[in-house]
Design a protein around this ligand. Structure first.
Ligand code: ZN
Ligand code: ZN
Length: 179
């Protein structure tokens, strides 16, 4: 019941590891991002590839995948809304169990499963990248953001102030003076 596409670059045929504990093989892959590689704040743009450096090791219950996935994440600065591009990098440590091994049910949702000899890297790479994505991306740590009144970028005009002329603000101005 294979559902994995062996032609997909995310799918690795582990046949040559031969289920012999101790065998290992290193992979360096450049992968196209998938649409759900996002945390809602940033995403990996279709034109940006993901660099994956991993070691596959045959262990008793399956294949252990360790390594790193790195890419450029795109989004907008959470303060000034400028476009941002950030290097992100996440670690992978994922056990893919042989599908014919008994897996205790309380562990089942934490364990990834091989389909025959085929190993689908997609969920492991997605998790590694999404966990590395910032929830509040910034164009730079010191970004001053936008003026709350007129929306101008405060980085460009750090001394920017508004003359308060609206009578509704007059009381506020008095309070400030009192302080
Ligand atoms: Zn910014
Ligand atoms: Zn302003």
């Amino acid at each position: 019941m294979n559902t994995l596409d062996p032609v997909s670059k995310y799918v690795i045929d582990t046949h040559e590891l031969n289920r012999a504990a101790g065998n290992s093989k290193q992979y360096e892959l450049m992968l196209d991002p998938l649409a759900d590689f996002t945390n809602g704040a940033v995403e990996i743009a279709a034109a940006d590839q993901i660099k994956v450096l991993i070691l596959l090791e045959s262990v008793i219950d399956g294949i252990l995948v360790t390594g790193n996935a790195a890419a450029i994440a795109s989004g907008e600065c959470s303060r000034c809304l400028d476009p941002v591009r950030l290097e992100i990098s996440g670690e992978l440590t994922d056990l893919y169990a042989y599908s014919d091994k008994d897996i205790r049910t309380d562990e089942a949702d934490e364990v990834r499963i091989l389909e025959g000899d085929l190993l689908d890297l997609e969920p492991a790479v997605r998790d590694a990248l999404v966990l590395a994505m910032p929830l509040r991306p910034l164009c730079n740590d010191m970004c001053l953001g936008l003026c709350g009144q007129c929306g101008i970028r405060l980085d460009e005009e750090p001394d920017h102030v508004h003359e308060v002329v609206d009578p509704r603000w007059a009381r506020l101005t008095e309070l400030k003076k009192e302080n």
